[in-house]
Write a protein that binds this ligand. Structure first.
Ligand code: 5GP
Length: 179
């Protein structure tokens, strides 16, 4: 088991890059079959999803497009709470088959706040693909169709996920040594 230091914390290997690649290939095949002839538009949420999105996209064998956005949060009215909107959404999603690509669905708060923005643009269909999901942490009703791995409620880094900016370039996924 490899140990890496990121800032002040030690992390140990949790899911190898080989296992990740196998799982991402299977997700790509599933998406290819589900979206054959539909030219889906993948929308990767930066920064965390860029590694997963790149691998997933290369495993999609039917015609598909990809674009990336950042999310910005601002205070809505008291009834809507925090609203999250997309920065850099250049492609029109109206009438497109959209697949949101996320690194991890933790509480689900981010997607819960952001999905209305996509829905009001009237895509032909909408689904979510995430590399990781933490079912124990989920607090919102988010239905994720394509999940790489379900993991316990522990902090992870690597494969695009960071700890305070560092660790995104680790090819494997790591978890805290003391968890
Ligand atoms: P949510 O809104 O679902 O609670 O959180 C989603 C975001 O929190 C993810 O896109 C990710 O950036 C961050 N996040 C949640 N859990 C982890 C984790 O274990 N490790 C890292 N590096 N980021 C996480």
């Amino acid at each position: 088991m490899a140990i890496v230091q990121v800032h002040d914390k030690q992390f140990k290997t949790y899911i190898s890059n080989e296992a990740i690649q196998q799982r991402v290939a299977a997700l790509g095949q599933q998406i290819s079959a589900d979206y054959e002839g539909k030219n889906p538009l993948l929308i990767g949420i930066l920064n965390g999803s860029f590694v997963f999105a790149a691998d997933l996209f290369r495993n999609i064998s039917t015609a598909a497009e990809i674009s990336f956005i950042k999310l910005a949060s601002y205070k809505g009215t008291s009834s809507t709470g925090n609203v999250i909107t997309a920065i850099g959404m250049e492609e029109s999603v109206t009438d497109r088959h959209v697949i949101i690509v996320e690194d991890i669905v933790d509480t689900g708060k981010t997607l819960h706040a952001f999905l209305p923005d996509i829905i009001q643009r009237q895509p032909a269909s909408l689904s979510i693909a995430c590399f990781l999901s933490k079912p124990e942490a989920l607090q919102y009703d988010i239905s994720t169709k394509y999940i790489g791995f379900e993991i316990p409620n522990n902090f992870v880094v690597g494969y695009g996920l960071d700890y305070d900016g560092l660790g995104r370039n680790l090819p494997d996924l790591y978890t805290l040594v003391n968890d």
